[in-house]
Design a protein around this ligand. Structure first.
Ligand SMILES: NC(=O)c1ccc[n+]([C@@H]2O[C@H](COP(=O)([O-])OP(=O)(O)OC[C@H]3O[C@@H](n4cnc5c(N)ncnc54)[C@H](O)[C@@H]3O)[C@@H](O)[C@H]2O)c1
Ligand SMILES: [Zn+2]
Length: 378
C-alpha cells in the first residue's frame, strides 16, 4: 500500500489519476476538502461554462448543502433532486431530470455535479452522458461505497423493472472529489457496506491494503479519519489501475467482480430487500473464498483471516434462500457471456483469477458451507 507513481500528495490532499481512452481524470481524496471545491475542480472554471447543475438527494443536501454552496461561491449551482433509494434509479427519473435541465436552459457547455451515493452518481453520470449527447460531469461521492468504488471507472446507468443496471454506458467524469468528512453522517450499516468493497479491493490486488484493514478495523469502524482516508485512497488506486488497464470490462476489470456472482444472486433472489449491495458481496466473497480453498488455491490460514475480517464488520444474516433459487439467479447474472459464467477466485491474498469452469455443484457446496456462519457476526 505504498504511494504509486500516479499518486501525488498536494498538501493534505492525495491525487490519483485515472487513465481513460479519451485522456485522464483526477480523483482528489482528503478530509474537509468539501470546503475548497472551487480549487479542487478546474472543470468548473472551463471557458464558456455558463450553467452548473448539481444532482443530489434532499437528505444529503439538508446535511451538507450549506457547506457545498459556500464552497462554490460566488458561483451557484442549479440544484436538482433525486429521492433517496435504489428504486429511483430509473429512466423515468433521468427523463424528468433532463427535462428540468432543458427548462433551466442547459446547453452543451453546462456541467453537472453528482453529489451523493452510488445511486446519484450512476444516474448523474448517465444523465450527463445523454444530455445533448454528452456534457461534462464531476463526481462528489458521499458514501464509502461510492468513494471506493462507484464514482471511479465511468460506469453509469439505471435499473429496469427486469433487472439492475441493465441500461447505461461507460462515460468517465472530468473529476472526482472524495471528502472523507462526508462519511461522518453516514449510517453505520452503509459505512460497513462500503468497507466490504475495500476488503474486496485488497483481496484481489493489494495484500497490504487487506492487512491495513485487518490491523485498523476498529479505527475504521469508528471512522477515524486518517484510517478511512488511507483505506479509501488505497482502494481507489486499485480501482484506478484496473479500469485504466481495461476501461470497458473485457478482461482484467472482471476481477472487480470478486464476490459479485453469488452476491448479485443473493440480492436478486431476495428481491434486493434483505441486504445492502456491500452486505450481499460480503457473503459472496466468503462463498468465493470457500470455492478457492476447495480448489487448493488458498491456505486454511488465509481463509480464516478473510472470514474473520468480513465477519468483524458483521454482515446481517444470510437470507433464507434455497441453493436452487440462488443458482437460478446466478445464471441470470449479466456478467455471464454467451452462457458462460465468469467467476473470480483468489489465488492467495491480493491475487485474483477469472475462471469460467466453476460448476453449479461447487457453488451449491460453498453456499451450504457458509450458511452456518450466518448471523454469528459482531
Ligand atoms: N458505477 C459503478 O461502477 C458502481 C459500482 C458499485 C455500485 N454502483 C451502484 O451504486 C449504488 C449503491 O450506492 P450506495 O451504496 O452509495 O447507495 P445509495 O446511493 O443508495 O446511498 C445509500 C443511502 O445513504 C444516504 N447517504 C448518502 N450519503 C450520505 C451521507 N454522507 N450522510 C448520510 N446519508 C447519506 C443516501 O441518501 C441513501 O439513503 C447501486 O445502485 C449500485 O448499482 C455502481
Ligand atoms: Zn460491488
Amino acid at each position: 500500500m505504498t504511494v504509486s507513481p500516479c499518486d501525488t500528495i498536494d498538501g493534505a490532499v492525495r491525487k490519483i489519476s485515472v487513465p481513460t481512452k479519451s485522456g485522464q481524470y483526477t480523483v482528489s481524496i482528503g478530509s474537509g476538502i468539501l470546503d475548497s471545491l472551487a480549487k479542487r475542480m478546474p472543470a468548473l472554471a472551463a471557458k464558456d461554462r455558463k450553467l452548473i447543475f448539481l444532482l443530489t438527494s434532499p437528505e444529503i443536501w439538508s446535511l451538507w448543502g450549506q457547506r457545498f454552496r459556500a464552497s462554490l461561491a460566488p458561483r451557484q449551482p442549479i440544484v436538482l433532486f433525486l429521492p433517496a433509494g435504489e428504486r429511483y434509479k430509473r429512466l423515468s427519473q433521468v427523463e424528468r431530470l433532463a427535462t428540468e435541465m432543458a427548462k433551466a436552459g442547459a446547453d452543451r457547455s453546462s456541467l453537472l455535479i453528482a453529489f451523493g451515493g452510488g445511486v446519484v452518481g450512476d444516474v448523474g453520470g448517465f444523465l450527463s452522458a445523454i444530455y445533448m449527447r454528452g456534457i461534462d460531469y464531476i463526481q462528489v461521492p458521499t458514501t464509502l461505497l461510492a468513494q471506493v468504488d462507484s464514482s471511479v471507472g465511468g460506469k453509469t446507468g439505471a435499473n429496469l423493472q427486469t433487472g439492475k443496471n441493465l441500461v447505461g454506458c461507460f462515460y468517465p467524469p472530468q473529476e472526482v472529489v472524495a471528502d472523507i468528512e462526508l462519511l461522518s453522517t453516514l449510517p453505520q450499516r452503509e459505512l460497513r457496506a462500503g468497507v466490504y468493497e475495500s476488503i474486496k479491493a485488497g483481496l484481489i490486488r493489494d495484500a497490504a491494503l487487506f492487512r491495513f484493514i485487518e490491523t485498523h478495523r476498529e479505527q475504521i469502524d469508528r471512522r477515524d479519519p486518517a484510517s478511512l482516508e488511507k483505506m479509501v485512497a488505497a482502494s481507489i488506486r486499485i480501482k484506478a489501475e484496473v479500469v485504466g488497464l481495461d476501461e470497458r470490462e473485457s478482461g482484467v476489470r472482471m476481477i472487480l467482480n470478486f464476490g459479485h456472482t453469488i452476491g448479485h444472486a443473493i440480492e436478486a433472489a431476495s428481491g434486493y430487500r434483505a441486504l445492502l449491495h456491500g452486505e450481499a458481496i460480503a457473503w459472496g466473497m466468503i462463498a468465493a473464498t470457500a470455492i478457492s480453498r476447495k480448489r487448493n488455491l488458498l491456505t486454511a490460514e488465509a481463509v480464516r483471516r478473510i472470514e474473520a475480517m468480513i465477519r468483524y464488520f458483521g454482515p446481517p444474516a444470510f437470507p433464507p434462500i434455497s441453493g436452487k433459487r440462488l443458482l437460478q439467479a446466478a445464471s441470470g447474472d449479466k456478467k455471464n457471456r454467451a452462457g458462460v459464467r465468469r467467476f473470480v477466485l483468489l489465488q492467495g491474498l491480493g491475487n485474483a483469477v477469472v475462471t469460467d469452469d466453476v460448476t453449479d455443484a461447487e457453488i451449491l457446496a460453498a453456499i451450504e458451507c457458509i450458511r452456518p456462519l450466518s448471523g454469528s457476526g459482531k
